[in-house]
Design a protein around this ligand. Structure first.
Ligand code: HEM
Length: 221
């Protein structure tokens, strides 16, 4: 049984707008700190790191929205899932622009060299392509055009979320398998993603939904 999303109330729309405005604040703060010269001695690298961190946190929040909704029944989370997902993509765009344009001057030779020398960048690129595909198809006309394929496409987040964790861990040069290096936050992120993936297993999910009757029980992203 599936339930349709109830429309947003005026209050919901206001809350969503406030969240959207708030989600630009980290970018604004970063820009102000960078232009004022307060963003460490290596501002470009720091900005790449911070935008990557913000993107991955927003991706996790988007990924967590559905399971939390199944328990709480708070339908507004369906809309927040999209907002968090889109902003994860926007911060990933800033992250990629800072890396490829500001740091590497869009030098194709240098960028190709970076891809081969630092394979974690290829992982980041795969995540970025998935986020891009999801972002450009997140509107109603695209959803109607794609039909059943829309859900299939948006399930790629199940791949993107763990891969983002791999990119994160690798970028910090941590070794997840030997538990060495700077792996604390990537490990926290990956644990959260694994729990969220387990919660999507139909049997687990139906149990969760039964805590709050009337919640969509099938096929959510
Ligand atoms: C073409 C796509 C991407 C490229 C070229 C790229 C590039 C990079 C580079 C070069 C770093 C290392 C920065 C440094 O420490 O010097 C990095 C780190 C990172 N990236 Fe990406 N990235 C991409 C996509 C993504 C995406 C899609 C996400 C998240 C959704 C992401 C999240 C992160 C995170 C969390 C870090 C670690 C930041 C830290 O040091 O704490 N990246 N990325």
């Amino acid at each position: 049984m599936t339930t349709t999303k109830p429309p947003l109330t005026t209050r919901d729309i206001r809350v969503r707008r406030a969240i959207q405005v708030a989600l630009w604040l980290p970018a604004l703060i970063l820009a102000v700190l960078a232009f004022a010269g307060y963003l460490t001695v290596n501002p470009v690298q720091t900005a790449i790191q911070r935008t990557g961190q913000i993107a991955i946190v927003l991706l996790a929040l988007s990924f967590a929205s559905s399971p939390v909704k199944w328990v709480t029944g708070w339908h507004f989370l369906s809309f927040l899932r999209k907002t968090f997902g889109l902003y994860a993509f926007y911060y990933a765009v800033i992250h990629v622009i800072l890396f490829s344009v500001v740091d590497y001057g869009l030098d194709i030779g240098l960028l190709a060299g970076a891809l081969t020398a630092r394979p974690f960048i290829i992982v980041g690129l795969i995540v970025f392509i998935i986020l891009l595909a999801m972002a450009v198809t997140s509107n109603r006309p695209a959803k109607a055009r794609l039909g059943k394929n829309w859900k299939r496409l948006h399930r790629l987040v199940y791949i993107a979320a763990p891969l983002a964790g791999l990119h994160f861990a690798w970028a910090l040069k941590g070794d997840l398998f030997r538990l060495s290096g700077n792996i604390f936050w990537p490990a926290v992120y990956l644990t959260v993603v694994i729990v969220l993936l387990v919660l999507r297993i139909p049997a687990v999910r139906n149990r969760l939904s039964s805590i709050k009757p009337g919640v969509n029980k099938t096929g959510a992203v």
